[in-house]
Write a protein that binds this ligand. Structure first.
Ligand code: DAH
Length: 357
């Protein structure tokens, strides 16, 4: 049957044909879009049924009632068929979507990446903590230092060969130049401190003994980086000045701190050594991983250092030490190349922090 025309009187057969065609389109719509389209075509204002309805006026009363009833029944049947098909298609759509969005609750969660302290900082904090527990107070000093604090006051005079052992980086343009004669009054060249020891002198000039301080900080040397050297690295200085401190106090204090970091059963030994600012001096080794490893330098503070700091060596004496946290961290975490501390490799930086002290 061709589509009904508005000017032809509609028949019951026309209605039946339109109904059958519409029923097929609605109940067999393959998806929701097709169903919407079939609804528009077969139940909308321009559908064949609507056209037939408009033609009812062309009919006699009896025929109009009969055809009109057929149209109404067709419309009801088609509306019901459309709703039934929609329910089916929506259920199918939801089923597909739920399957696609299914979550496997047994999978491990994606944990956010945690920040971590730099291993040298973590070791520094552990060391400073250990000394705080022994009654020491943390203090700091400047990284740009005068030659006087870095050398002279520490019993390292200008012509002393010990200066040559520390490859010093001088700071030009700030204060005096390195070639200036340091003995000339008023002139003391600036440099990047080569060790934290100048803070011993700064502390003693600023506060009366008894003094128990621990000094974390960065130091600089014009060294080329290799597996065991960096041009910029950390140190922790310690200074204890009181009336009756002896070498036994030095040994006991350092043994306690080293054990706090490396483990309770780690033996230490003291080897004679030389530092300009201590007398006697020693190096402290720890027996770790089957080997004696050098851990720090120490000694009884030299009377010349006390005098330069305005402290009377007859009344006060004590000990000092200097330790490299990177070296310590290398022992604690079995690191073989000190350059790893500055490479910025996140696998290295975050792996170390989970190791307990
Ligand atoms: N200042 C020394 C250095 O950088 C380390 C040091 C050794 C510090 C002995 C001390 C000490 O206080 O007593 O190599």
């Amino acid at each position: 049957m061709s589509d009904p025309r508005a000017d032809a009187p509609p028949t019951a057969a026309d209605v039946a044909a339109a109904r059958e065609k519409a029923l097929a389109a609605l109940s067999e719509a393959p998806d929701l879009d097709a169903l919407d389209e079939a609804k528009r075509v077969h139940l909308g204002k321009r559908s064949p049924l609507a056209t037939l309805q408009r033609g009812l006026g062309l009919l006699e009363d009896a025929a109009r009632r009969e055809v009109g009833r057929a149209i109404n029944e067709a419309r009801e049947a088609l509306t019901a068929a459309e709703a039934a098909r929609r329910e089916e298609l929506e259920a199918e759509r939801d089923r597909v979507q739920l399957a696609a969005e299914a979550v496997d609750v047994t999978l491990p969660p994606r944990t956010p990446r945690r920040g971590a302290l730099h291993p040298a900082v973590e070791t520094t904090e552990a060391m400073v903590d250990a000394f705080c527990g022994l009654g020491f107070t943390p203090v700091t000093g400047p990284e740009v230092e005068s030659e006087w604090f870095n050398f002279e006051a520490l019993n390292i005079p200008a012509d002393h060969p010990a200066r040559g052992l520390m490859d010093t980086i001088y700071v030009r343009g700030l204060g005096a130049e390195p070639d200036d004669d340091p003995r000339r009054p008023g002139i003391t060249p600036l440099l990047l401190r080569t060790h934290t020891s100048p803070v011993q002198v700064r502390t003693l000039l600023a506060q009366q003994p008894p003094v128990y301080v621990v000094v974390p900080g960065r130091v600089y040397r014009s060294d080329v980086a290799d597996a065991t050297h960096l041009p910029a690295f950390f140190q922790i200085e310690g200074l204890a000045i009181d009336r009756d401190l002896s070498f036994a106090d030095l040994r006991g204090t350092l043994a306690a701190a080293i054990r706090a970091l490396l483990g309770d059963d780690v033996p230490i030994r003291l080897r004679p050594h030389h530092f300009q600012f201590t007398e006697p001096s020693c190096e402290v080794d720890a027996f770790f991983d089957g080997e004696w490893m050098e851990v720090l330098g120490a000694g009884m503070v030299h009377p010349n250092v006390l005098r330069a700091s305005g402290v009377d060596p007859k009344q006060w004496q004590g000990f000092a030490f200097g330790v490299g946290p990177e070296r310590l961290a290398m022992l604690r975490h079995a690191v073989t190349d000190i350059r790893q501390f500055v490479d910025g490799d996140l696998r290295f930086l975050s792996a170390q922090s989970s190791v307990p002290a």
